[in-house]
Design a protein around this ligand. Structure first.
Ligand code: KG4
Ligand code: ZN
Length: 353
């Protein structure tokens, strides 16, 4: 069984072909083409929706051809066409969804509308054959949430950010420090040579009931420290990066610990903890979560960084998981700029809620 997956919800145009393994768990990525638009947005310090949508249009058709060619398959060999139908920047989402519907219509193959967050949450089943139920931590530029993954379409949100997303916090702090976009990788790099103890930044929500996150206070504290310094020198910048990263790592570890506790109370023991989203590439976060999981005897699944950030393979895989269960969508499915994961659990997958 082979599924083509299209991703256009943010600033990556991506197409992939993924197949399942006969009688076995997990899947094979036959091709995974990703074109990042970062260069086109860099001058603006963030993703500009209109530029993103136009850039998706420019490259998507060629990328589909390339994904098929690199997978050494024809459109005829594909069993279903999946696209991320939200949440995301609606101009971009519409382009991916419309392309997928067009292909489905022209070939008579089923169309599958994939929730982008669901795709991140299911990646561990593609890479590591993880069994349900488990806890997923999704940390990207647009999202920060902990989800109980109980089955396909069965999700319970354990906690989410009440203000900034983790990637947003990294990007905003990077901007304050005069670094380019995206800021996460640069903060991580600078933090390696910085003193994480020099600035005692707040750890919002630490120890709080529930598993929600709050990161805007931390960002404000960094801004105030920068104002106090005036013009941070090279070492100041490294120390600020290291101290900020240490604070965000502490917050994430505490919230994940709380989320796992909530999960255990509601669903019993999880089979593991999975991370996804661009921020999951961060080595300090990975190391801290590896430690947390080792302490609590929990399996930690961290897919490779290229499958944590946005790509078509995770969309194709989520499509494949749905297709195998007969969960296809009609061509009237409306792209959804907002699409909370738990809404699919209450029967609103079809975009009518
Ligand atoms: O998932 P993604 O590629 O796009 C979406 O936001 O959906 O994530 C991009 C985000 C950006 O905010 C970027 O700064 C952050 O992920 N990021 C990182 C790292 N690599 C990317 N944040 C911290 N450390 C990193 N190594
Ligand atoms: Zn994403």
């Amino acid at each position: 069984m082979r599924v083509l997956g299209i991703e256009t919800t943010c600033d990556e145009t991506a197409v992939a072909v993924v197949s399942d393994r006969l009688g076995m768990d997990g899947g094979d990525i036959l091709s995974n083409e990703v074109l990042s638009q970062i260069a086109q947005h860099a001058a603006y310090g963030g993703v500009v929706p209109e530029i993103a949508a136009r850039a998706h249009i420019d490259v998507l058709d060629r990328l589909i051809v390339r994904a098929l060619a690199n997978a050494k398959v024809e459109l005829d060999d594909i069993d279903a066409i999946a696209a991320a139908a939200g949440p995301g920047l609606i101009g971009g989402v519409l382009i991916g969804v419309t392309a997928a519907k067009g292909l489905a219509l022209a070939t008579g193959k089923p169309f599958i509308a994939v929730n982008h967050l669901e795709a991140h949450a299911l990646t561990a089943r593609l890479t590591d054959h993880l069994d349900f139920p488990y806890v997923a931590l999704l940390i990207s530029g647009g999202h920060t949430q902990l989800v109980a993954v109980k089955g396909i379409g069965e999700y319970r949100r354990l906690g989410s950010t009440v203000d900034d997303a983790a990637g947003e916090a990294f990007d905003k702090v990077a901007k304050m420090l005069g670094l380019g976009y995206p800021g996460g990788p640069q903060i991580e790099q600078l933090a390696q040579d910085g003193d994480a103890h020099r600035f005692d930044f707040p750890r919002p929500m630490l120890g709080r009931a529930g598993a929600d996150f709050s990161l805007s206070g931390l960002k404000t504290a960094v801004r105030q420290e920068i104002l106090k310094i005036g013009t941070p020198g090279e070492q100041d910048t490294k120390d600020l990066a290291a101290s900020f990263q240490a604070a965000i790592v502490d917050v994430i570890v505490d919230r994940v610990r709380a989320g796992v506790r909530l999960f255990t109370e509601g669903e019993g023991r999880p089979s593991g903890l999975v991370i996804g989203g661009g921020v999951a590439a961060n080595g300090a976060i990975r190391r801290a979560l590896t430690r947390l999981c080792a302490e609590s005897g929990l399996r930690f699944v961290s897919p490779p960084a290229n499958l944590c950030s946005d790509n078509g393979a995770i969309i194709a895989w989520a499509g494949l998981e749905r297709f195998k269960r007969g969960m296809t969508d009609d061509l009237g499915f409306a792209a959804r700029p907002r699409w909370p994961l738990d809404a699919s659990a209450s029967g609103t997958h079809h975009g009518k809620a």
